[in-house]
Design a protein. Structure first.
Length: 534
């Protein structure tokens, strides 16, 4: 009997076909990330609150049953829908009054989740429920409801999602119909950190030296390289050739090349395409912010202030969202204490933080310092991107910082793990988790400082005996394979074969210079006269 196709399998296929395959055909399950357990617990709480709300408003609520569907019960709870090989659990079914009749009753689904924001995966989950429901009531619901944190209901249109569901189901049924379906290849992507099988796939990818180890490389580019016979990072590294900048385009930023990233990893070198300008005026301040993106809540602002040889650290902590404005004011007050400064950050998160906070807590008296902050902001990541290629699989703060020698106290120090620490602190109020977060944030600030200093040293060519093995891209020898030249071969037999092929080519093809059209015509006339004379 083929395995049942559930919403978890369908959503997994949209994220990664290999994950869906393993959910269907693998008995051994990996260990889920702690953050998923938190979301499940939050969904359980939201479910309890939503059911209480429904019971308080409606008296005609009942558990799901086929008899209830036939009778047209207005609201049914905890339904498990089964249609052939499809199976889906739905929290609430609500009768559609406008289309109901005595003979047939149609329902819309409600899915309760543990997040405040609604993701595309959750919408796809709801659409699959609607698809299974349509097989039972012979009509597809045009919309459904997703209930998230704060008991907020989000109406979701399902019409456009049914096409995606149909496409995924066709691929899944091809597997279930086959006697021995072939496992999809390992392709790491942005969903991996939360996946049950992350460690297994990552180990396999490293064993294969798979191209997807290069973060942000698209699956489309991986497929294109595979068609050329290139499957590993090492193979990919040999495809890079230095490009000469065209005249008149010197002002355009250089293009990012994954192949050069692969070359940096293979050679264990830092390759420099262009030396970025690192603005450094006045006091140097390094900013790192921690928050809960799902709630648009910032709870920790870390600053590392460098003046000459002295370094001072600041940490502004919010116990709850009501204290967010307080730490924002503390941040602004601290910066107002410096007459001139350069504010470094890494990535776009801190930029969005400043934009949102300045709008959310807008005051006229803050305009001067806000303008000063915006004019002094420097994104270190943008200085690196396409200019400096570190021998790391990604340009993340953790990867490059670790390469340069920065250490983190916690082994699993990541942004995702910080959400677990923050949630645990909110539940338990144990000071240990607050200390972990403060230390983690401070170490991120030190990593940013170290990376920024490395970029400055590379720019100023202060390489200190080149301990990091830095090389300019201009130093790479250009293998001019597309020029007219005598090719050199390692084996003499290859040289002989090449000479024979060149002779055959010259015998079958004749080329004339065509700079002057008149000369080419007269040359043809000479050939014609010679032929007629014979």
């Amino acid at each position: 009997m083929p395995p049942a196709i559930t919403p978890e399998v369908v959503v997994a296929y949209a994220q990664c076909p290999r994950k869906a395959y393993k959910l269907l055909y693998t008995d051994t399950q990996g260990r889920p990330h702690e953050y998923l357990s938190i979301l499940e617990e939050e969904a359980r709480k939201n479910r309890e609150n939503h059911v209480k709300k429904i019971m308080g408003k409606h008296s005609d609520v009942a558990p799901y049953s086929p008899e209830g569907v036939h009778k047209g019960t207005p609201i049914m709870l905890e339904a498990t829908l089964v249609s052939e090989d499809l199976q889906a659990y739905v929290d609430v079914l609500t009768r559609m009054e406008e289309t109901s009749s005595q003979r047939r009753h149609n329902y819309t689904p409600t899915l309760i989740v543990g997040t405040h924001k609604i993701s595309q995966e959750q919408k796809l989950h709801l659409a699959f429920i609607g698809y299974v429901l349509s097989n039972l009531q012979k009509e597809k619901p045009t919309y459904g409801t997703i209930v998230g944190g704060g008991n907020q209901s989000h109406t979701t249109a399902l019409g456009t999602l049914y096409k995606d569901i149909g496409h995924i189901l066709r691929n899944l049924r091809d597997w279930t119909a086959a006697q021995e379906p072939e496992s999809p290849p390992v392709i790491l992507n942005r969903h991996c950190p939360l996946c049950l099988f992350h460690k297994e796939c990552e180990a396999k990818a490293k064993e294969q030296d798979h191209l997807s180890l290069l973060k942000n490389i698209s699956e489309r580019e991986i497929t294109a390289q595979n068609k050329k016979g290139i499957f590993t990072v090492t193979q990919f590294s040999y495809t890079y050739h230095p490009r000469r900048r065209r005249k008149g385009k010197d002002n355009q930023p250089p293009k990012y090349y994954h192949s050069l990233k692969a070359l940096a990893i293979r050679d264990d070198k830092i390759y420099v395409v262009e030396k970025p300008k690192v603005p450094q005026s006045g006091t140097l301040i390094f900013l790192d912010v921690e928050g809960v993106p799902d709630q648009d809540f910032y709870y920790l602002i870390g600053l590392l202030v460098t003046e000459g040889d002295s370094t001072k650290a600041f940490s502004f902590w919010a116990h709850n969202p009501s204290e967010e404005e307080k730490i924002w004011r503390e941040f602004l007050t601290t910066l107002q204490g410096y007459s001139e400064f350069t504010l470094f950050h890494y990535g776009s998160y801190e930029t969005k933080f400043i934009e949102r906070m300045s709008k959310k807590y807008s005051r006229e008296e803050d305009e001067e310092i806000l303008q000063k902050i915006k004019s002094s902001l420097v994104n270190t990541l943008s200085l690196i991107y396409a200019n400096i290629y570190f021998p790391t699989y990604s340009n993340s703060l953790k990867d490059i910082g670790s390469y340069l020698g920065q250490k983190w106290t916690e082994e699993n120090a990541t942004g995702l793990q910080s959400l677990v620490w923050r949630h645990t602190w909110e539940v338990t109020r144990e000071s240990t988790f607050k200390k972990i977060l403060l230390q983690y944030n401070l170490e991120d600030c030190f990593a940013l400082k170290k990376i920024t200093e490395a970029v400055e040293n590379i720019t100023n060519k202060n390489w200190e005996n080149n301990i990091y093995n830095i090389a300019l891209i201009d130093d790479i020898k250009l293998n001019a394979i597309h020029r007219f030249q005598h090719n050199k071969f390692i084996f003499e037999d290859f040289d002989f074969i090449n000479k024979c092929a060149y002779f055959d080519y010259q015998r079958e093809k004749i080329y004339f210079r065509d700079k002057n059209k008149r000369n080419s015509i007269s040359l043809k006339k000479v050939f014609i006269k010679q032929e007629t004379s014979h």
